[in-house]
Design a protein around this ligand. Structure first.
Ligand SMILES: [Fe+2]
Length: 165
């Protein structure tokens, strides 16, 4: 029955991923805005979910957004908060963001770098102050960003393939 015990239990099962979350090569961090980077780890084209690290090396407002599916986060370094809530996520904090909530991510002035693991499903819908959509991201836009950037920095567009299932 378990003929493939040294790997997956079935040849159709997805391959595992095990990697060093903070990469040795800084080129693995994909810029997504000035002083904002993401490090892809798992890009799921079947369910539309993705896992990445978000790194921010400045203080200030990052994004106002809504997502239709839950988001789970674990802070690895630094601090951040949402203007809509009175808690602060800091190193070691776990965060659950319920679907449908609009919130505005802010990195406080005294924090010069934050890194947070996020497990996101569906999409991130970016909003202006009047809640009008000004952009979105999903697993496919993330893959496209990675391909373009990895090609540009010499890792090769297909470097991202190791994270895709
Ligand atoms: Fe969010």
């Amino acid at each position: 029955m378990y003929r493939f015990m040294n790997g997956s239990t079935h040849e159709l099962a997805a391959r595992e991923i095990a990697l060093k979350a903070i990469p040795d090569d800084p080129r693995v961090w994909v810029p997504q805005a000035p002083n904002v980077y993401f490090r892809p780890m798992f890009l799921n084209t079947v369910t539309g979910q993705w896992c990445n690290l978000l790194k921010v090396t400045r203080s200030g407002i990052l994004s106002r957004h809504i997502h239709p599916s839950p988001v789970f986060g674990l802070v690895m370094k630094g601090k951040w908060h949402y203007f809509e809530h009175d808690w602060i996520a800091e190193e070691g904090s776990f965060v659950f963001e319920p679907p449908g909530e609009v919130h505005t991510l802010n990195v406080p002035e005294y924090c010069d770098e934050m890194i947070t693991f996020f497990n996101i499903s569906g999409c991130m819908v970016y909003l202006d102050k009047d809640n009008k959509q000004i952009g979105y991201e999903d697993v496919f836009t993330k893959i496209d960003m990675c391909r373009a950037y990895y090609d540009k920095v010499g890792l090769g567009a297909d470097y991202v393939d190791q994270f895709i299932r």
